[in-house]
Write a protein that binds this ligand. Structure first.
Ligand SMILES: [Zn+2]
Length: 656
């Protein structure tokens, strides 16, 4: 089994999980299948619902002599007739559910799962319930860890699922996860969360997932055990959960309940079916109610499964589009307990920020005051306070301006700058210097015209912090307007300078922009595309997010001026010759990554002795590069012995 990252948004990943029995694109739903009787046949799930992997119970199979014999003869995949990978669960959940010890031990059930050809088998872990004391849960964790070690010699070729337990105690969750991380495993379920979801303790669910993630290796799939309702898929995916299993589609059907993306409906209470799935499109609520019990249940189960798999398609598409946060914000307004979950993300801002890419393919929407806690916004604020530099002694605030700010405020900005006044635009995200108008998320964001109180208060607080950080005196628009006309600096110069400092940290603009500096602009948009200094092409500004793509000449300057580990990615000696030639750096050859670098950041590839090899764009953060065994860690743009790519040189550009 191997896991590779193909895309990302927030803490979520689009992954490719390759198993001996087929490939799974994550985040993915593994419907729970009963090994003996299936409401929806596993084959139909595969063929008609696009289900890539299912989970079934090895204990039920083991206990029933007929099923056991058939599973041993035809494998578990043959028994349930599923052509893709199949995960098996042990009896942990049955022990929790029926509250008793069962007659099977860990070594036996792991060996049995191996013998029936499970793609991934699960150890017999101890389910810690939310009412257990910390010391009881601690003991359960110790037993679970013991069983994880005990299972190793029995797993054979089968992938092992090593669950993280620890109840609602974050320290125990993290300890369990760290210990599991050191063992051989195909994936890590986060266990013991069903009672939290049943009691709608979604904020606790967020804390449990986050604590587990802090200890887990970034390079293995994480599975949220028993996450039944699609309402939790988006926020759990945002927290890095890659796999979900669910029996809810059939359990809800038994109770006459319909799963919807934003809640649950009771069939008996419906006049109309609020759904467009194939089942609901072909019938009415009245007809559905009139069906014989077993048929109605099967149809409701199909509806429930359609809604569940569709929500995961929506999640994957949102990750691709960089819109997962917006989806989470929408879904979490479906219930106050989910709003608690959304607000609880704030407690894990640090972990989330490390995974959050530098920029996204789509704009950031203000959907409510929770948006202000997003890593994108917090990162922008932090960088304006810590990295941005302005030569001014005073600042004035413009109430509102259409984006890009430079186009509408360019004249005002130049006039103010000529008198040492920095022009800031008031947005709920931050007080934004006009010259940063093209970088993500400044240009790529939308807010309502009518602000809520939190946005207003947040802006005032942030403005105060900006004034203090930059030593600015606040002046009014009228005061500045009264000042005489005077020639100001060029907005393009200030824009490039501010962008480089905000992107790479203070000192970067100075290191890169040695006079004479020349720009080449796009003939169509008039925006700066290529930057030359002392006759060398040192960088280009991307049209997509306004940030710089380094050329090797620029990378060499940063390398000379900024001490290690800044912007560095250290690669193995075996890999170094390939990067020198301009080839991508694979995760398994990365030795170290500057802790300040984030996915999507520009980086300098160096060897052990800090000799520069290449420059490129980072795909993984440091934790991920250390953990992933497959996939590219850095997309290399130019190596020291490569000629570099022609990329955006030439076409549509005119010298300035
Ligand atoms: Zn439906």
């Amino acid at each position: 089994v191997r896991f590779e990252l193909l895309g990302r948004d927030g803490g979520a990943r689009l992954g490719k999980w390759v198993t001996p029995h087929g490939e799974v694109r994550t985040p993915a739903l593994l419907p729970v299948i009963h090994p003996g009787q299936q409401v929806i046949p596993a084959r139909e799930m595969h063929d008609k619902f696009g289900v890539q992997m299912v989970i079934t119970n090895s204990y039920i199979t083991w206990r029933n002599p007929a099923l056991r014999e058939r599973a041993l003869k035809q494998t578990i995949r043959g028994l349930i007739d599923f052509p893709g990978p199949v995960m098996t669960d042990s009896s942990t959940f049955q022990m929790y559910f029926y509250g008793k010890e069962l007659e099977v031990d860990n070594a036996t059930i792991v060996s049995f799962q191996r013998d029936i050809g499970s793609t991934v088998g699960t150890i017999l872990d101890i389910f810690a319930t939310p009412d257990m004391t910390e010391s009881e849960v601690g003991q359960a964790v110790d037993t679970t860890l013991h069983r994880a070690r005990e299972a190793q010699p029995h797993k054979g070729e089968m992938g092992l699922a090593l669950p993280v337990q620890g109840g609602t105690f974050p320290a125990l969750r993290e300890r369990c996860a760290r210990a599991m991380a050191g063992m051989d495993a195909a994936m890590h379920p986060i266990g013991g969360v069903v009672p939290l979801m049943e009691q709608q303790r979604y904020a606790d669910l967020v804390h449990v997932i986050a604590a587990s993630q802090r200890g887990l290796p970034a390079g293995r799939p994480v599975h949220l055990f028993g996450a039944g309702h699609p309402l939790v898929f988006p926020i759990a995916a945002l927290l890095g959960c890659d796999l979900f299993d669910s029996a809810s589609y059939s359990k809800f059907a038994q109770d006459g309940r319909m799963i919807l993306p934003d809640g649950t409906a009771i069939l008996d209470e419906l006049e109309e079916l609020p759904c467009a799935c194939p089942v609901c499109s072909a019938t009415t609520a009245r007809e559905l109610r009139a069906l014989p019990t077993s048929e109605r249940e099967a149809q409701l189960a199909r509806h429930n499964l359609h809604v569940s798999v569709a929500e995961l398609r929506r999640v994957r598409e949102a990750i691709r589009a960089g819109r997962l946060w917006e989806l989470v914000e929408q879904r979490c307004r479906a219930h106050p307990a989910l709003l608690d979950a959304l607000r609880s993300l704030d407690a894990h801002a640090g972990w989330l920020e490390r995974r959050e890419p530098l920029s996204k393919p789509s704009a950031l929407f203000y959907t409510g005051s929770e948006t202000l806690a997003r890593p994108d916004v917090q990162r922008l604020r932090a960088r304006l306070l810590e990295r941005y530099r302005s030569p001014c002694e005073a600042a004035m605030v413009v109430e509102h301006a259409p984006r890009p700010f430079g186009r509408t405020l360019g004249g005002k900005w130049a006039h103010a700058r000529a008198h040492g006044v920095q022009l800031l635009v008031k947005t709920p995200f931050a007080a934004i210097p006009v010259e940063l108008d093209e970088v993500y998320p400044v240009a790529q964001s939308h807010e309502p015209r009518l602000w809520d109180r939190d946005a207003g208060k947040g802006f005032t607080r942030f403005l105060d912090a900006m004034l203090a950080a930059h030593g600015w005196k606040l002046v009014t628009e009228e005061e500045v307007a009264a000042l005489p006309a005077k020639e100001g600096p060029r907005l393009d110069d200030a824009r490039v300078r501010a962008t480089l400092d905000v992107q790479f940290g203070r000192g970067a603009a100075e290191a890169l922009l040695r006079a004479p500096v020349r720009f080449r602009k796009s003939a169509t948009t008039g925006r700066v595309r290529n930057v030359f200094s002392e006759g060398e092409h040192i960088l280009s500004l991307r049209a997509s997010d306004g940030y710089a793509s380094l050329k090797l000449a620029g990378a060499r300057r940063l390398h000379a001026e900024l001490p290690p580990p800044r912007l560095r990615v250290v690669v193995d000696a075996d890999s170094a010759p390939f990067q020198r030639e301009g080839r991508n750096a694979f995760a398994k050859f990365v030795r170290a990554v500057d802790d300040e670098l984030r996915p999507g950041d520009e980086c300098l590839l160096v060897d052990d002795a800090d000799r520069i090899l290449a420059c490129g764009r980072l795909a993984l953060n440091g934790d991920e590069a250390a953990s992933f065994r497959h996939g590219v860690a850095v997309d290399v743009r130019e190596g020291v012995v490569s000629r570099g790519s022609a990329d955006e040189d030439g076409e549509g550009l005119q010298p300035v």
